[in-house]
Structures are given as structure tokens and as C-alpha cells.
Design a protein around this ligand. Structure first.
Ligand code: GUN
Ligand code: ZN
Length: 439
């Protein structure tokens, strides 16, 4: 996983120490920024990060300094919710959630019964993630255990920090995707034993959403979490109004959608609920009380016509919001694109997203909400060396725009609105450069 190499980069450096708040300027002490900084990597971890003039005398004699002085280095981006098995059905036309699942998603996921297909797509997905600067994600595989083995094997080979799990579904899906209720749990136990805590990998218990699991399966999923509190939990919640009606019909004994998950013990500090668009403030408060997080998936929410996420209502409830692509419902894997679309959704709700809040969210904010902040999300001594090298001059247009920026806040905003995979000059993970843009 790690290398014994020492690597030293000289670049503009940016890292968050805390939530910068909602203001135009970041809260005092929330940002570490060095216009001319040095990032010193050793054995896959950050050894030091400081101003060039301060750190230069301490560097090993004769060490090569990789000169990125016209670039901006920040921690690798984190995607809190994405389906690797849906990569090839991105941009499938014209349906809302439930029809989209039946028409495109389920048939596609059936293909992941085959090991070779799963292996090819796991590699293709990781190539794409690294191309857009994402070094960690919480990932849905399919219901086939082999799809999880393929994903973790590919992630381990690259030394990546990844969280993933096997989809649990024991009803309302094609037979080829449907678990035997407890068989799906036993498969999950086997995968947990093989992968959870192995190198940089972690397991997320993954009931797809309430309509595709019986109460018995949800309860058994809750049992897995009770047995091992270091596991994660990922599912979907209150994304679409048709889904809401269906859940009310299927679980008449639950007072609302969230209660279905609460009753099975699925709501805790390591639980990520994707979407959470159609919630009231009391439900947000219940999620906040348990320390769970909502994954805001703006491009998916627009693509599937699901609704406009109320980010500030979540914040007011003290509820953690994470940022996610939700590919294949989402239309872009890029964290920069996720921020752009989050800003646009925010504009329609009169709650625009500052670049400070956005880049905090993609890095330390997501790391904290996923309980990964002891390892990733900041450029600081001892942290695992996952970072992106962004190029503010990546295209002629971006160069023109950023040449007019007078402050870092303006440059960050231009990057989040105009950036794409071309903006990511390099992506490093585990102390190694794993993606370098051509040219
Ligand atoms: N709800 C249940 N399954 C899915 C899925 O695969 N994608 C999205 N966006 N929502 C879901
Ligand atoms: Zn999803």
C-alpha cells in the first residue's frame, strides 16, 4: 500500500481545519493556506506541510522538489454516495426514480453476477474517479458478492481508501438480483470478514432502500451494525414522492419513512442516507440526534426530477450534509461538478453555496461525516497522503477567468463553476501519483 519514497511538492496549498461557515469569508482558523507551500510525503503519509521558506531548510539534502507553483494542491475529494455498477447507464433518458430503476438500473446490475464484467467495471470506475480527483468514496456494489470482491480487490491494488457494500434486496426486484432474506446477510458477513478494516478498506452495510427489503432483512442488517459498530451503513431515504407513497403502503406500522429505518436500528453516526429531500424538520432533527448524515446528490436530484435539497434546513437541524455524485442517477462523477450543481440548486432555494463551504464539504466535511477524518480530508502531518493538484489555467477560458481573480475565494468559485476533469492535473493517493492528465 505505501511506498518508502519521499516525495516533496512545492505548490499553493489549501486545507480546512474546520467548517468555514456560510459567510463570504471563512471563519477564523478554519483554513490553512500557503501561497508558496511545501507538502512533504513519506511512506504514504504527510510528514509536513508548511510555508516554503520555513520548511525548505528541513528537507532532506538533495531531495527532488516537484515544482507545481502554478497549481493548487488540496486534499483528495470524497464522494459520500455513488454506485460503481451504474457507470454505464449514466444519462439514460427520461424517467423518474422508480421507472428508472426498473427500466435501466436493475437490468444493468444483473450483469454484475459475472466476475469478469465486475472486474472490468471496477477498474474503469476507479480510473474515472481518479481522473476527477476523487480518492475516497462510499460505494454501492450490486447484490452479487462477486461485485464487492471485484471492487475491493481493484481498490486494494491501487492502495485506495474506499468504503463499499453489497446491496441487500429481498423483494420488489428481478429474481436475479433478489436475495434470500438471511442469505444476503450471510453474504454480507462473509464480505465483512474478508474486507472490513483490511488496509484502507471498510464495509458499509447496504440495504438498497425500504421498498426492496422486508422488515426481517432490515432487522438483520441492524443486527450486523450492533455486532460491529465500526461498520458503515448506506441506503436511500425520501428521494422521490412516488417512493414515499410506496413506503407508506409497505410499512403501515411506521409513522414515517425514517421510522422504518429507526425501528431496525439503522440510524447511527456511521449511517449515510442519500437524498433526504422530502423530510420535515422533526425528521432532520432525529437524524441529527443520531449523528447520521444526508448525502446531497444535486446532479442526480435534477436528472431524476426528484426535487431541490434544502441544505440550510439540514444545517439548522444540526444535521451533517455530505456531497455526492450518486452516479448513475447523477450525471457527473466530478466533485467540482457536484459543487457547481449544488450551487445552482442552492440558487433556486435562495441558499447559494460558497466555494469555501463547498470545498470544505468535498474534503474535511465529508471525511468528518464519514468518520474518516483521523486518516483523510486534511493536509496535515500523519494524515494519509491523498490529494489533488488542480490547475487554474487548465483551459484557455479557465486561465482567462482565473487571471481576473483577486482572492483565493474567487479562484475557488471559478474552479467549482468552470472546472472539470481537465482541471485535475494530478491525483495522488497513498503517497503515489495515480493519475496525471495528458499534456
Ligand atoms: N433508490 C433506490 N435505489 C436507488 C438507486 O440506485 N439510485 C437512486 N438515485 N436512488 C435509489
Ligand atoms: Zn444512490
Amino acid at each position: 500500500m505505501t511506498t518508502n519514497d519521499t516525495r516533496v511538492l512545492r505548490a499553493e496549498l489549501l486545507s480546512f481545519e474546520d467548517d468555514p461557515g456560510e459567510g463570504d469569508t471563512p471563519a477564523e482558523g478554519s483554513v490553512r493556506h500557503f501561497e508558496d507551500g511545501v507538502l512533504w510525503i513519506e511512506n504514504g503519509r504527510i510528514r509536513a506541510m508548511d510555508d516554503y521558506t520555513r520548511l525548505a531548510p528541513e528537507l532532506p539534502e538533495g531531495v527532488e522538489i516537484l515544482d507545481h507553483r502554478d497549481k493548487l494542491v488540496m486534499p483528495g475529494f470524497i464522494d459520500s454516495h455513488v454506485h460503481y455498477v451504474q457507470l454505464e447507464i449514466m444519462a439514460s433518458y427520461g424517467r423518474q426514480l422508480l421507472d428508472w430503476l426498473n427500466e435501466y438500473t436493475f437490468p444493468e446490475e444483473c450483469r454484475f453476477a459475472e466476475r469478469e464484467h465486475a472486474e472490468a467495471l471496477a477498474d474503469a470506475f476507479l480510473d474515472e474517479m481518479l481522473r476527477v480527483g476523487t480518492t475516497t468514496a462510499q460505494v454501492f456494489c450490486s447484490s452479487h458478492p462477486v461485485s464487492v470482491d471485484a471492487f475491493f480487490t481493484a481498490s486494494q491494488r491501487r492502495g485506495l481508501c474506499m468504503i463499499a457494500g453489497k446491496v441487500l434486496m429481498d423483494r420488489h426486484a428481478p429474481e436475479a438480483l433478489t436475495d434470500d432474506t438471511l442469505g444476503g446477510i450471510r453474504d454480507s458477513e462473509r464480505l465483512i470478514a474478508d474486507w472490513h478494516g483490511r488496509e484502507r478498506l471498510g464495509y458499509s452495510v447496504t440495504p438498497r432502500f425500504a421498498p426492496t427489503s422486508t422488515r426481517e432483512q432490515l432487522d438483520a442488517a441492524g443486527g450486523l451494525l450492533r455486532n460491529d459498530p465500526s461498520l458503515w451503513l448506506q441506503t436511500h431515504l425520501a428521494e422521490n414522492t412516488g417512493e414515499l407513497d410506496w413506503v407508506a403502503e409497505l410499512f403501515p406500522g411506521s409513522r414515517d419513512y425514517l421510522a422504518v429505518y429507526e425501528q431496525s436500528g439503522l440510524v447511527g453516526p456511521r449511517s449515510t442516507f442519500a437524498h433526504g429531500i422530502h423530510l420535515d424538520q422533526a425528521m432532520r432533527g432525529r437524524l441529527a440526534d443520531r449523528g447520521a448524515n444526508l448525502a446531497f446528490c444535486p446532479s442526480s436530484n435534477l436528472f431524476l426530477g426528484s426535487g431541490l435539497f434544502d441544505r440550510l434546513a439540514a444545517r439548522e437541524a444540526g444535521l451533517n450534509v455530505t456531497y455526492a455524485s450518486d452516479v448513475g442517477g447523477g450525471t457527473d462523477l466530478s466533485g467540482l461538478a457536484t459543487l457547481k450543481t449544488a450551487y445552482q440548486v442552492g440558487q433556486l432555494r435562495d441558499q447559494p453555496l460558497t466555494a469555501w463551504q463547498g470545498f470544505y464539504g468535498l474534503t474535511l466535511g465529508n471525511a468528518r461525516a464519514l468518520s474518516l477524518d483521523e486518516r483523510i480530508g486534511r493536509l496535515a502531518p500523519g494524515m494519509e497522503a491523498d490529494f489533488v493538484v488542480l490547475d487554474p489555467h487548465a483551459t484557455p477560458l479557465l486561465a482567462r477567468r482565473t487571471s481576473r481573480c483577486r482572492t483565493l475565494g474567487e479562484t475557488l468559485f471559478a474552479l467549482m463553476m468552470l472546472g472539470d476533469d481537465r482541471t485535475v492535473a494530478e491525483t495522488w493517493a497513498g503517497g503515489r501519483c495515480q493519475h496525471r492528465r495528458d499534456g
